[in-house]
Design a protein around this ligand. Structure first.
Ligand code: FAD
Length: 219
């Protein structure tokens, strides 16, 4: 599968659109898009913008949109919000804890590969959780269209490519709610494994995505 890391054979990135034409260091975890340029939606924010002082932080490509650098934060604030209040809020957020920073980013910034992934899995698992037990042929066709469209349309190009390969290897089972949820859970687990994340217990898929835990903690 494509990974969440930079191309293993590439330690530098060339950017023809940048003012600089020299080879530049590619930060670890940065993912290049099909055009060979750093791909923001394919990269985790922490790899797109490593902490100040790490390798690759000095390039034009990797300093855009910084919030860990207070000077860049102030510039970003002026770029995205002309009001003094907005600029002050942004500057304040740059000095908050990482979790507060994440919540600020979730509310104000374009998604990175992780937040897009979480939102997409939420949509897909929830849609599967409410899919009919006995879908009509039309409902099955719509679900197949949705799933087969993802490899064509998903903005993270290497994620999309991987999903296309998985769908070819193990086609979606849209015969029932249970079979679709199981297929999706297995597919998500394949991605989890590739990313070194724990495997999810598919017996708990309804609890996670439809019913909530028996102790009522989500009611
Ligand atoms: C189609 C697709 C392909 C992707 N490919 C890549 C990739 O190549 N590289 C990359 O870096 N990122 C990829 N991602 C993003 C990645 O899968 C995660 O979404 C992202 O890393 C955030 O992970 P997370 O730990 O927050 O939880 P997520 O993996 O986003 O999961 C969200 C929640 O779903 C539940 N969950 C976890 N596993 C399962 C399961 N098997 N069944 C049901 N529920 C489950 C858990 O409660 C979890 O908190 C992809 C996302 C999608 C939708």
């Amino acid at each position: 599968m494509g990974t969440n890391t930079s191309r293993p054979d590439a330690s530098t990135a060339q950017s023809s659109s940048s003012s600089s034409t020299t080879a530049r260091p590619l930060p670890p975890g940065m993912v290049l898009g099909p055009d060979g340029k750093p791909c923001k939606i394919c990269t985790s924010f922490r790899n797109w913008k490593p902490p100040v002082g790490t390798t690759g932080n000095t390039t034009t490509t990797t300093t855009r949109g910084s919030k860990s650098n207070k000077g860049s934060s102030a510039s970003a604030a002026h770029a995205i919000a002309s009001s003094t209040a907005a600029a002050a809020a942004l500057a304040a957020s740059a000095s908050t804890t990482p979790s507060q920073d994440d919540s600020w980013r979730a509310a104000h910034c374009p998604p990175d590969v992780e937040s897009l992934g979480r939102a997409t899995w939420t949509f897909l698992h929830t849609t599967a959780a409410y899919y009919p037990d006995a879908p009509t042929p039309t409902q099955r066709a719509h679900m197949l269209q949705l799933l087969h469209s993802l490899p064509q349309l998903y903005p993270c190009s290497h994620c999309a490519e991987d999903l296309g390969t998985r769908i070819q290897r193990r086609p979606p089972d849209v015969r029932s709610r249970a079979s679709l949820a199981a297929w999706l859970c297995a597919t998500h687990n394949e991605v989890n494994a590739e990313l070194g994340k724990p495997t999810f217990d598919c017996a708990r898929v309804d609890e996670r995505w439809r019913d909530g835990p028996k102790d009522g903690s989500c009611d």
